[in-house]
Write a protein that binds this ligand. Structure first.
Ligand code: SF4
Length: 141
């Protein structure tokens, strides 16, 4: 995350952030340095891999992870549960939405129950929750 991302990739990520906050009814983190670090990480991954792979996780094989798509922003957890573990998409207090996460998910353990202030927005893939939960258990990444 230390190298300088290209302007082009930064612009692409900024567009993604603007669009996703609107669609999901979330906001970026009140501490701008949190947002900036994640945005730069996503842009760096676009430069290196061609896709905005989530910068907040460890991947044994990044190329394979890109093909898998689970952690390409907006990742499955964001599209299914409205949960952003990088804290890029959060509520006004800077907390990630955890209301829809299954029991035992790391987000619930870390933040407790955080209600969705805009339940009418986002979660376009909510029907895939069962499939995602199976994957989370079988292929932790
Ligand atoms: S957790 Fe998901 S939504 Fe949040 S920055 Fe990473 S890929 Fe994007």
């Amino acid at each position: 995350m230390s190298s300088e991302p290209s302007e082009k990739s930064l612009r692409r990520v900024q567009k993604l952030v603007d669009s996703l906050t609107k669609k999901s009814g979330t906001t970026t983190h009140p501490d701008d340095s949190v947002t900036e670090a994640v945005v730069r990480g996503l842009a760096n991954n676009i430069d290196a891999l061609g896709k905005p792979l989530c910068p907040c996780r460890f991947y044994p094989d990044k190329e394979a992870e890109v093909k898998h798509r689970t952690w390409i922003c907006a990742c499955d957890d964001m599209q299914i549960y409205k949960y952003c573990h990088c804290l890029l998409f959060v509520n006004e207090e800077g907390l990630p939405i955890t209301e829809y996460l299954p029991e035992g998910h790391e987000g619930r353990t870390s933040y407790g129950l955080v209600r969705d202030p805009t339940p009418e927005l986002g979660r376009p893939l909510c029907a895939k929750a069962e499939e995602r939960e199976r994957e989370r258990k079988e292929r932790p990444s």
